[in-house]
Design a protein around this ligand. Sequence first.
Ligand code: FES
Length: 190
Amino acid sequence: MSDPNDVDLERRKLLKVVACTLGACGVAAAVTPFVSALWPSKMTQAANEPITVDIRALHVGEMLTVHWHAKPVWVIRRSKEACDELRQLNVNLLDPDSLVDQQPAFAQNPYRALRPDILILVGLCTHLGCIPNFMPQALSLGPAWEGGFLCPCHGSRFDLAGRVFKHMPAPKNLFVPPYHFLDEHTVVIG
Ligand code: FES
């Protein structure tokens, strides 16, 4: 006949194994949604991937809006006259030489671009993130206006390279995203 103490011991061991197994399952179930919440969704990954833009149909003076990193990105074809204008020193600009880190190194020039004719900017005001309006026509905002962007929220003005004017609410130039050209008509943003 078996000793009742042995039976108790066996039962206790069995209960311990069951309790540990259930505990491990519970922890796994609790942690899984947390871990998957940290993992970027397929949609987020897609939004953050580089995008390829065909600019063949973009005429001088026109703007194309695409989306990258869930932000509007403008692609603008500038005229030769507009590019020449950007080369003049404009004492009314806050950061005319793009010294603040708001662009890749290749865009730290008067055009803030790889190619003078093609401007690429994130279309969000550096004040509070509104979307500025594209106002390419010279003189449309007064005698000194050479074309650029006007933020509808608090009136910040930017030139046709996205450089902010002095005494505006926006503290910095518009952001230039990283990009490169695959060929004359194709640009990859991101
Ligand atoms: S958000 Fe553009 S000026 Fe305030």
